[in-house]
Design a protein around this ligand. Structure first.
Ligand SMILES: *[C@@H]1O[C@H](CO)[C@@H](O)[C@H](O)[C@H]1NC(C)=O
Ligand SMILES: *[C@@H]1O[C@H](CO)[C@@H](O)[C@H](O)[C@H]1NC(C)=O
Ligand SMILES: *[C@@H]1O[C@H](CO)[C@@H](O)[C@H](O)[C@H]1NC(C)=O
Ligand SMILES: *[C@@H]1O[C@H](CO)[C@@H](O)[C@H](O)[C@H]1NC(C)=O
Length: 363
């Protein structure tokens, strides 16, 4: 059967229209996808992680002598891959802490809600809220967060670690006897009660004692330490805790809980759980410390981070014989989600990883 020419033309037109519509809608879909999906990931990081700096800064840093501290470098790199980054967040709680709206609405560990009374007592006793005159007045500070990983052993990084302006250590990680690998300088030791050094002779002679509170009870514990009161009961802690801290109140600080909140909900993207502690939404102390440094240091390095589970016989920590295979599935942490965040920081050059543990599987 033969079609009339006019009908033929109509058919042809119709299919062209249909094709055109298909083409148009797929273009629109891909455009929408481009704007929302393929430029940023779920947390708001650019998918393209080169972390290019503003031209002005590139010139400025290019003029500095080799190895000199680059003012604002970490924050500028961070903003380049994560445009939502806002630098302003002090390291420690100070008497103005009620004005940081972000921490008032959340209970521990994400904020200070219903702990205000005890925090006021703590702050009125410690009286000092910064790093100390010398460090606070520096116009450019380099910081290194020393993790506790076995990867630090036998790398002789001690001397290079000591060259940083601020050396941050975590929990009970010892210095004495390990100076060659981990250095001898400790600006601050960030801990929670269960992680604090219990043998007095293991404390370095000088350092700030910084509490990172993960539960309301931790503030009570710190009050006993600051006021040097006997701790009668250790109910509510998940293991034994230090009963005395050999520091003056003026050498004790409270880490700003905003860093736990930001690391968990924004940077790593752990479950919000109505702002309450829940399964897999607590970042590890190491990542909390890195988050603090991004806001407060001009350059940030890390060492001793990253667990490689495919080497089960390698030591888990640099200071004890426990092996990697002893690592347990954690209820509170989500190590794999956390690693995704740390990998972004290393890949984009926001932080330098001196032991290459974070990207050991390739970046
Ligand atoms: C860098 O150095 C060059 C030449 O010494 C100078 O012309 C330029 O203004 C400097 N730039 C900055 C940002 O300091
Ligand atoms: C470091 O060196 C010491 C002494 O040579 C050795 O006993 C230890 O197993 C080494 N540790 C690692 C993690 O390689
Ligand atoms: C960690 O996050 C992944 C992806 O969101 C999820 O599938 C997994 O169950 C989480 N693990 C824990 C311990 O919460
Ligand atoms: C773990 O260590 C092994 C042996 O050194 C290495 O071949 C592998 O790439 C590492 N894997 C990861 C995920 O880091």
């Amino acid at each position: 059967m033969r079609m009339k020419p006019s009908r033929n033309l109509l058919l042809c037109l119709c299919s062209m229209l249909a094709l055109g519509f298909l083409y148009y809608s797929s273009w629109r879909i891909s455009l929408r996808g481009w704007g929302h999906r393929s430029l940023y990931d779920k947390q708001g990081f650019f998918l393209k992680l080169d972390g290019t700096l503003p031209l002005k800064l590139t010139y400025k840093y290019g003029n500095l002598s080799e190895g000199a501290c680059k003012p604002g470098f970490a924050a500028a790199k961070m903003s380049a891959i994560y445009p939502k980054f806002i630098k302003l967040a002090p390291m420690f709680l100070d008497p103005n802490y009620k004005q940081y709206s972000k921490i008032g609405d959340y209970p521990s560990p994400f904020g200070v809600k219903s702990q205000e009374k005890i925090i006021d007592i703590l702050l009125s006793n410690t009286k000092i809220y910064g790093l100390g005159e010398e460090l606070d007045s520096m116009s450019c500070k380099t910081c290194i967060i020393v993790g506790n990983g076995g990867i630090l052993a036998n790398k002789s990084l001690g001397q290079r670690i000591d060259e940083f302006d601020v050396v941050v250590r975590l929990n009970e990680a010892p210095v004495k006897g390990f100076e060659k690998d981990v250095g001898s300088k400790t600006t601050m030791r960030i801990t929670y009660p269960e992680g604090a050094i219990q043998k007095m002779e293991h404390y370095e002679t000088q350092s700030l004692f910084v509490l990172s509170a993960f539960k309301a009870l931790d503030f009570k514990w710190l009050r006993h330490m600051v006021l040097n009161q006997r701790l009668h009961s250790t109910d509510g802690f998940w293991k034994s805790v230090a009963k005395h801290i050999p520091r003056q109140p003026s050498d004790m600080r409270i880490l700003n809980p905003y860093f736990i909140q930001e690391a968990s909900f924004k940077l790593i993207g752990l479950p919000h759980n109505n702002g309450q502690m829940g399964r897999g939404n607590i970042p590890t102390l190491g990542t909390v410390a890195i988050t603090m440094a991004l806001h407060n240091c001009d350059e940030v390095a890390v060492a001793g981070f990253g667990y490689n589970l495919s080497t089960p016989l390698a030591p888990l920590h640099y200071y004890e014989k426990i092996k990697m295979s002893a690592i347990k599935e954690s209820w509170t942490h989500n190590i794999s989600k956390e690693k995704e965040f740390l990998v972004k920081l290393v890949k984009a050059g926001v932080i330098q990883d001196w032991t290459n543990g974070i990207c050991s599987g390739g970046c």
